[in-house]
Design a protein around this ligand. Structure first.
Ligand code: ZN
Length: 458
């Protein structure tokens, strides 16, 4: 029997009879038999060698947000405006052209406040400066443009501004959304749930599969709730991926993707790709079409925890919306574990809070049973601390609906209407947004006029 011939392994031993020849230990291409420890050590060596040889690409240098008298006046104006907006806890900055003025307004705690009325002559310079910062085409003034500005802010880190320019009849209007400055909490217990809702949320987060949905209008704090949940779920042994439009906060240890509908990189496309990347937990920014909802439900039923939002008014309407989108009712009933509906309402300024009786007009708008539930009402009369608004900061209002009891699952499976689902959920103890808003009024956290929107709409 001839010896096995190998050019590369001159010293290779003859394999024992009946056993296949081991792979060659060395070849010009390298070794194929590294142990895990050797492979791991080799990685460290390679990294060490490359670090010595190459200059690692420097981290993206962030332009700092500073106001310096040495800069051109327009640069100073823009930087001071951004700084003022951030200091006033603004979520949006509006720069609006009118024939006689250039109005600058900030959205603070959900309400727009006029900050400055500037001479209209400043408009083109100011808009041009912002376009330069947002890498837009300065010369283009006839069509809308979108861009982004990223600045380093001392004490706050990197702040992103999403900039949108819209040509109006009086000139270009700029709206800048401040991203990543919302109140990101460290854990779910800081989100302000009452004790029993908190237990339901924690229980839902312990699921290894299923769907947790958050609903509410834009600016109701959904992102804060979802991101705080992700933060709590984030562990080194868990693979979390998100598809967002756009990414609002950078979360360490989480793979975040900004979808780009303009190039057909939509939520459902992102989701399909995610499923090939071995995720444990998936966040889908929003479910608004059948394709996205269908693949999200499928993911939730095949071993993934899926977090997402749906645009509805309350928790019972959310499960019904999924059915309306075309998802089979029984799939909705088994996939959805928890629905949170939420709003943000302004808190009465604690510095100028005083008791305020229910006005005649308010009495007219309120149902008798609601009036009967009111004990004492308060308002803020306005002071320095709250810029004379009577409010400072906002409080969340939650409606938490676990989908776990037989009766609720049954009514969903049978394709029940919003009213039917709501009736069952209430029988099971659902505390509605309206009930929560009333509680905050009675506790003096918010005023009756502020809570009216929630109370009356229900
Ligand atoms: Zn005040």
């Amino acid at each position: 029997m001839p010896e096995p011939v190998s050019k590369h392994t001159a010293s290779a031993k003859t394999p024992a009879p009946g056993r296949p020849a081991p792979p060659p230990a060395r070849s010009p291409q390298g070794r194929a038999d590294l142990s895990a420890t050797e492979a791991s050590a080799h990685i460290k060596e390679v990294v060490k060698a490359s670090a010595a040889e190459q200059q690692w690409e420097a981290q993206e240098e962030l332009a700092p947000l500073i106001v310096s008298a040495e800069d051109a006046p327009m640069v100073q104006l823009v930087n001071a405006m951004l700084m003022e907006a951030l200091q006033r806890r603004s979520s949006d900055i509006h720069i609006e052209p009118y024939p006689d003025k250039l109005r600058i307004r900030f959205r603070v705690d959900g309400s727009l406040i006029t900050a400055h009325d500037l001479p209209p002559g400043l408009m083109s310079g100011l808009v041009s400066r912002l376009k330069v910062m947002a890498s837009m085409d300065i010369a283009e003034r006839r069509v809308p443009q979108d861009g982004r500005i990223k600045l380093g802010v001392p004490g706050k880190g990197a702040i992103d501004f999403r900039v949108s320019v819209l040509p109006t009849i009086f000139g270009e209007k700029v709206v800048m959304r401040v991203l990543g400055t919302g109140q990101l909490r460290n854990s779910v217990d800081e989100l302000g749930f009452d004790a029993s809702s908190y237990q339901e949320v924690k229980e839902a987060l312990r699921n290894s599969f299923g769907m947790i949905l958050v609903t509410g209008p834009t600016g109701s704090g959904k992102t804060t709730t979802l991101y705080t949940m992700l933060k709590e779920l984030s562990e080194p042994d868990v693979n979390i991926v998100t598809a967002e439009d756009p990414v609002e906060y950078n979360l360490p240890g989480i793979t975040q993707v900004s979808v780009k509908p303009q190039i057909d990189f939509t939520f459902d496309v992102a989701l399909r790709s995610f499923l090939r990347q071995d995720p444990d937990i998936i966040l889908v920014g929003e479910m608004r079409d059948y394709e996205t909802a269908a693949i999200a439900v499928k993911a939730a039923l095949t071993g993934h925890l899926v977090l997402s939002t749906v645009h509805t008014n309350n928790a019972p309407a959310t499960v019904v919306r999924l059915v309306d989108m075309g998802i089979e009712p029984y799939l909705v009933a088994s996939a959805v574990k928890l629905v949170i509906a939420q709003r943000l309402i302004r808190r009465i300024c604690t510095q100028c809070k005083e008791e305020a009786p229910v006005s005649a007009e308010e009495q007219e708008h309120l149902h008798e049973s609601t009036l009967a539930a009111i004990q004492k009402t308060f308002h803020g009369k306005g002071c320095e601390h709250c810029s004379q608004t009577g409010y400072r900061g906002r409080a969340p209002v939650y409606e938490v609906m676990p989908v776990k009891n037989k009766e609720l699952k049954r009514v969903i499976t049978e394709g029940g209407t919003e009213v039917m689902v709501s009736q069952v959920a209430r029988r099971e103890g659902l505390v509605t947004l309206k009930m929560e808003a009333m509680r905050l009024v009675n506790e003096g956290v918010t005023s009756l006029p502020e809570a009216m929107q929630i109370i009356v709409s229900d």
